[in-house]
Design a protein around this ligand. Sequence first.
Ligand code: CA
Ligand code: CA
Length: 286
Amino acid sequence: MIGPNVCGTSDNFAVTTNLTVVNNPVSLAAGGQQQFMATFNEIATWKIIITGTISGAKKTLSGRGSAINATWDGSTDNVFFFRTEPVTTSLEIPCRESIAGPGFTISSMRTQSGTLITDFDGGGIGMGWGTTPLDVVQKSQADSAIFPPQGTKYYHMKGTDATNDQSIAMYTNSNGPVFGLNADPDRVYFNVFIYGTGLPNSRIDLRLMETDGDQFTYAQNITWTGWKLISVKYADFENTLPGGNVLPNPDLCNRVRFFLKSAFKGGSSEAIFDYAVFTLDTPFQP
Ligand SMILES: [Ca+2]
Ligand SMILES: [Ca+2]
């Protein structure tokens, strides 16, 4: 042999027990897990790729050894949540053909972490949502034309800044009780999936409003196409209306505002978003 064996296995490598799963269907709610097992005749570096046939969610498990004994908690590596759906699996060993693994069905979805504000499918603690138009608004509605990360619906805003002040429309929940977040702004993250259509000048301001009168803003230019998860630490929002104690107080936050802006004066802007959730200590991981 010339040079190192980049494949990590000999020519005699063989799978001695095919990849199997323990649960079919598998219930992933409330910490439920799927378990994968296989054996080889020598040590190998392996990957299992799990694909949701409806969601397009994808998860890769990996390891090294002469046996696989791996668990999966229902999490995804891309933006799409695994759903109650059939999934396919494959086993990948370097330098070898992909081996189809067992298919199985998800009977209940993973229980997501965090404080869900809205998923636009009826879930979340934010109530009394409504739009305040400030300019020419072509669209401000729950929509389902694009396949979203979660459920069937998301929110879609589109408008034109005819008055040259960059502001187009605000979508906000009503002034209800606080969300019950941790008080430490360095521990709390706000997360939302945003879909870019490629329309230039699109911008959305994410705004957190507190019962003491402070408002904190994170301005997000939407420069990508497709879905992307945006996660921002509460402490990284800027105080744009110091009406309270001027300090970021997640424990006083009771409203979220999606503020459609044009990145430049006089532009048109479009924002599509889904699944607004606060998490503690880490960004959201669906
Ligand atoms: Ca949704
Ligand atoms: Ca405050």
